[in-house]
Design a protein around this ligand. Structure first.
Ligand code: ADE
Length: 242
C-alpha cells in the first residue's frame, strides 16, 4: 500500500516513520509513505504556497496551483510504480473517520493525502482534485499533518504482516463494533486488586465469553450509541447462551 502525503511540514512525519509499528511495516515494504512539499512545486521566486482570502478575514489560504502540481506529480509517481491512487483531503469539514472506514481505506492500493494548513485550501482544488474529505474528529488541529498520521497509522497496522500477532488487530477496540475488554498481566495481585479468576482458569471458551461480556458491558456503559445499530452475531449469541 502506498501513501503520498502533500505537506508543508514533512519533518513532522518522523513521529510515524522512525519507530514503532508503522516504521517496521515500512522497513518490511508492507507500506510506503512518500512525502512531498508543495513549496517544491511552486514556480514564483518567493515560492509562495498561500495567499490572503478573497472577501477578507484572518489567516491565509493555500493556493490552488502548487497543490494541484503536487497532487499531479504524486499521482504520476504512484502510477509509474503501478499504483492508482485516490485523493483525500484532511479537514474538520470532512466525513468523520471510524474503524469501518479505516478498513475500507486500507483496501485501496494508494492514497494521496493532502494536509492543509492556515485557514484551509482554495475550494476549487477540492472541486477539481479531491475524491474524499476526511475528519478525524470534531476539533480543529493546526494542520492536517497529525490527522494524516492518525489515518495512516490506523490503516497500516491493519495490513497483513504489520502487527506481530495475527489476532491483535481483530481483537482491537472497535474492530467488531465494540470497545475492547480489560487486559491484565503479571503480577496476579496488586494491593487489593486481583486478576479476574476466569482469566487464570485455562477454560478458553469461558475466557472468550467473559471478554465478550466485558466488551458489551463497557460499550453499553460508555458508548451506548455504538450498540444501537450493531446487534449480535450468531457466534456471539451462541457464546453468551452457553
Ligand atoms: N485538520 C484540522 N483539523 C482536522 C481534523 N479534525 N480532522 C482532519 N483534518 C484536520
Amino acid at each position: 500500500m502506498r501513501f503520498d502525503v502533500i505537506t508543508l511540514f514533512p519533518a513532522q512525519f518522523t513521529a510515524l516513520t522512525e519507530e514503532g509499528v508503522v516504521a517496521r511495516a515500512l522497513q518490511r515494504r508492507i507500506a510506503e509513505i512518500h512525502l512531498r512539499n508543495p513549496r517544491d512545486d511552486t514556480t514564483d521566486v518567493h515560492r509562495s504556497v498561500d495567499d490572503r482570502p478573497y472577501g477578507g478575514g484572518p489567516g491565509m489560504v493555500m493556493r490552488y496551483a502548487p497543490l494541484r502540481a503536487a497532487i499531479e506529480a504524486a499521482r504520476a509517481e504512484a502510477a509509474a510504480a503501478g499504483v492508482r491512487s485516490r485523493v483525500a483531503y484532511l479537514s474538520p469539514q470532512g466525513e468523520r473517520i471510524h474503524q469501518a472506514k479505516i478498513a475500507r481505506i486500507s483496501a485501496a492500493p494508494g492514497w494521496v493525502l493532502i494536509a492543509g494548513r492556515y485557514e484551509g485550501v482554495d475550494e476549487r482544488l477540492i472541486e477539481d482534485c479531491v475524491d474524499e474529505e476526511w475528519s478525524i474528529g470534531d476539533y480543529v488541529l493546526s494542520g492536517g499533518e497529525l490527522a494524516a498520521m492518525v489515518v495512516m497509522d490506523a490503516v497500516i497496522r491493519l495490513l497483513p504482516g504489520a502487527l506481530g500477532h495475527a489476532d491483535s488487530a481483530r481483537q482491537d477496540s472497535h474492530a467488531n463494533g465494540l470497545l475492547d475488554c480489560p487486559h491484565y498481566t503479571r503480577p496476579e495481585t496488586i494491593a487489593d486488586q486481583r486478576v479476574p479468576q476466569v482469566l487464570l482458569s485455562g477454560d478458553h471458551r469461558a475466557i472468550e465469553r467473559w471478554r465478550l461480556q466485558q466488551a458489551l458491558g463497557r460499550t453499553w456503559q460508555r458508548r451506548p450509541e455504538l450498540l444501537q445499530e450493531r446487534g449480535m452475531s450468531d457466534v456471539e449469541q451462541q457464546l453468551l447462551d452457553d
